[in-house]
Write a protein that binds this ligand. Structure first.
Ligand code: C2E
Ligand code: MG
Ligand code: MG
Ligand code: MG
Length: 284
């Protein structure tokens, strides 16, 4: 941000904003190097569990970055920075490659585990995305039905026509689609109804306090009803306790994801977790 002083013809920068801008640039440079480094970025996987039977029905892949000097940096910090540049497209390709090779490894071990990957708004507008995903599925020999892509409503609303056609092309490949963080963005029933999306993920902001806050409980109930009326499966995010599980079961929610079941963890740990939970029967 630069404020122009027209009288003197000088440009005065606001110091804190300037610091922010330059630290964003540093982060961006570090992230670019992290992509080449191979030992800084990784994926963690968090289980999604069917509320009725307790069966594992898939995992969400979540990016992790261990900065050589700063240690772990949360995706909430580095994803938005990457989203403002083309770097998010490279990061997304990295995540897709990693996630698909993990799914392949699980298949080779006799485990059929669908994986969900988050797509940034910018990726949905990338004309090469659909072809790249198709090529990656073929390369890793993973059936498209084992890949799910999560997008937010805001991502769709940024360019509804282009986003909608991209989602239809992905769906035509056999890929499953989810609306992520439902309830936090600006919502349009018109688009929601038209999208080839079969899963609605209710944001953890509403789920977190639904056991104690009546308003939040009402919002979650409304989201579940909306999802079901549109023929979708409904997932509750941020399920932290047994009280949440009971309340969500009462409301007819289909799937839960959260610390109550497991934190996001490396792929190898997830394999162990499945075996320890004796959920192997659930994943064919
Ligand atoms: P998200 O897609 O909504 O992912 C769920 C987030 O909730 C994850 O945070 C997960 O660790 C956290 N979470 C899960 N269960 C609980 C719980 O019971 N309690 C609490 N307090 N949190 C829980 P994480 O891993 O920090 O990721 C944050 C966000 O960053 C994600 O939100 C997603 O929007 C973005 N993100 C992460 N990985 C990627 C990626 O590979 N690509 C893109 N584009 N975005 C990503
Ligand atoms: Mg997500
Ligand atoms: Mg979410
Ligand atoms: Mg989120």
């Amino acid at each position: 941000y630069a404020a122009k002083d027209t009288k003197n013809g000088v440009v005065a920068y606001l110091p804190t904003l300037q610091t922010e801008a330059s630290s964003r640039l540093v982060l961006l440079g570090d992230l670019r190097r992290a992509l080449d480094a191979t030992d800084q970025l990784s994926l963690h996987y968090q289980p999604k569990v069917r509320l009725g039977s307790g069966e594992l029905c898939g995992v969400e892949a979540l990016m992790r970055w261990r900065h050589p000097a700063r240690g772990p940096i949360a995706p909430g910090e580095f994803i938005p920075v990457a989203e403002n540049t083309g770097l998010i497209n490279r990061l997304t390709r990295y995540v897709l490659h990693q996630a698909l090779s993990q799914v392949r490894a699980w298949l080779d071990a006799g485990l059929e585990i669908p994986v969900a990957v988050n797509l940034s708004p910018r990726c949905l507008l990338d004309a090469s995305l659909v072809d790249q995903v198709a090529v990656m599925l073929a390369e890793h020999e993973v059936p498209a039905t084992l890949l799910r892509l999560e997008v937010t409503e805001s991502a769709v609303m940024a360019n509804p026509a282009l986003a909608t056609s991209t989602l239809h092309e992905l769906h035509a490949l056999g890929i499953q689609l989810s609306i992520d963080d439902y309830g936090t963005g600006y919502s349009s029933m018109v688009y929601l109804k038209q999208l080839p999306v079969d899963e609605l993920k209710v944001d953890r902001a509403f789920v977190m306090h639904m056991d104690t806050d009546r308003d939040d409980a009402m919002l979650v109930r409304g989201a579940i009803e909306l999802g079901h009326n549109l023929g979708m499966t409904v997932v509750a995010e941020g399920v932290e306790g047994a009280a949440h599980v009971a309340a969500l079961r009462d409301l007819g929610c289909d799937i839960a994801q959260g610390y109550h079941y497991a934190r996001p963890m490396p792929g190898a740990d997830l394999t162990e977790w499945i075996r320890s939970q004796d959920l192997t029967s659930a994943v064919a």
